[in-house]
Write a protein that binds this ligand. Structure first.
Ligand SMILES: Cc1ncc(COP(=O)(O)O)c(C=O)c1O
Length: 387
């Protein structure tokens, strides 16, 4: 792992705010998966966590496959050298045109609505294979915002609509090769077992299925009290599930996983400089030269990120409230016990690799909205992506 001294050097050499990614950490995490999970498992990096081309290239060089959640991510992945057959595209709430583009690019698509399933059938019939993303009504995820499998979630086709899926499958002779589900961004072993039990029952309706996709969501510890998701325990459950499947269907399936956070979260640091310190009566406020436009997780998800000074000053530690420089409430953390801080010191946010840069300054998986000005019934574009 990169040392604080090295991070400080980077902050001095390049300036900050800056995101720093340690590629060795990504390698280490991928190798753990490779070594621990059964050979029947295939890993697809959920690129939505971080789509930077260098990161994609590195992930590809490790032999990992890729899970895209938009056509833009598909194109980024192809540009980074992934082969189309290494990419799956789990669509969500998108126009059918994007599915056509993904099929034209040669990637495997998981469909997540009855509406797009019908369109897929009409347009492609049995000529192209597909997967189905189901909503199993299993509550998972650290909080509701990252919980995607429950009964009010917008993701996937509700399991109650199985009859309609089967009707469309028959009507268009759909070649369904994968059943997909992602219960949330903090998968619990219990949820894996519940989903596995559901798939075990459902597979009797899907003779063509070869791949069972459990999505991502392997938790990494963010706060000191967080527990990491146990990959060895998951491996045991997969082996048990594999046995049950074989007993019931006399067939070997491939198991797909789409980790994002697990592979890249711990590789990333956001470095920021202390602009100003306010010694207020109630609290001491540390104002950084960054804001939620660079790291939104604390404000949006109430997510905890480790924050630490890169140079530890001698003296008594004290509680600090750490905020950004936006003219908005952008609190990163409250009551953090840290060694004494001074203006112009550099602090680092840990675990900033996943959904950090990506959800902030450059949310890369969708185009930016253009901005249009209107004046006296005339309109014109005032900014486009990248301007
Ligand atoms: C379909 C799907 N797969 C994979 C992931 C990756 O999740 P995580 O980064 O928690 O592993 C997500 C996250 O939202 C997802 O929606």
């Amino acid at each position: 792992m990169v040392s604080n001294t090295y991070l400080l050097k980077l902050a001095k050499d390049y300036g900050c705010p800056a995101y720093v990614y340690d590629l060795n950490t990504i390698t280490k995490k991928f190798k753990i998966l490779l070594k621990t999970l059964p050979a029947s498992c295939k890993i697809f990096y959920a690129a939505k966590a971080l789509t930077n081309p260098t990161i994609l290239n590195h992930v590809r060089s490790l032999g990992c496959n890729l899970d895209a959640s938009s056509i833009y991510e598909v194109h980024h992945a192809l540009k980074a050298g992934f082969l189309a057959e290494q990419i799956i595209y789990t669509s969500n709430g998108i126009h059918f045109d994007e599915i056509k583009d993904a099929i034209a690019a040669g990637v495997f698509v998981n469909i997540d609505s009855l509406s797009n399933l019908e369109k897929f059938g009409k347009y492609f019939g049995s000529t192209k294979p597909l997967g189905i993303r189901l909503r199993p009504n299993i509550l998972d995820g650290g909080n509701l915002k990252i919980s995607t499998g429950h009964g009010r979630s917008k993701f996937g086709i509700p399991i109650e609509q199985l009859d309609q899926i089967l009707y469309l499958k028959e009507k268009y002779q759909l070649k369904i090769l994968a059943l997909h589900n992602h219960t949330g961004s903090e998968l619990k072993l219990k949820s894996f077992s519940l989903t596995a039990a559901l798939f075990l029952k459902l597979l009797k309706h899907f003779d063509d299925v070869k791949y069972i996709d459990f999505g991502g969501g392997f938790k990494v510890p963010y706060s000191p009290t967080d527990m990491a998701f146990s990959i060895p325990n998951l491996a045991k459950l997969i082996l048990e599930f594999q046995e049950k499947l074989f007993k019931k269907y006399k067939k070997k399936y491939e198991f797909w996983f789409e980790p994002g956070k697990y592979l890249v979260a711990e590789s990333g640091f956001l470095l920021a400089k202390i602009n100003v310190i306010k010694y207020n009566p109630e609290q001491t406020i540390i104002g950084l030269n960054t804001g939620f436009n660079h790291l939104i997780r604390p404000m949006f998800y109430q997510a905890y990120h480790p924050i630490f000074p890169l140079k530890k000053r001698l003296g008594k530690s004290q509680n600090y409230t750490i905020v950004g420089n936006l003219c908005e409430t952008d609190t990163f953390a409250e009551n953090r016990l840290l060694s004494p801080l001074k203006e112009n010191d550099i602090v680092a946010f840990g675990n900033a690799g996943a959904y950090g840069y990506e959800m902030g300054s450059r949310y890369n998986s969708r185009p930016y909205p253009i901005q249009i000005a209107v004046h006296n019934k005339k309109s014109w574009i005032i900014s486009k992506e990248g301007t």
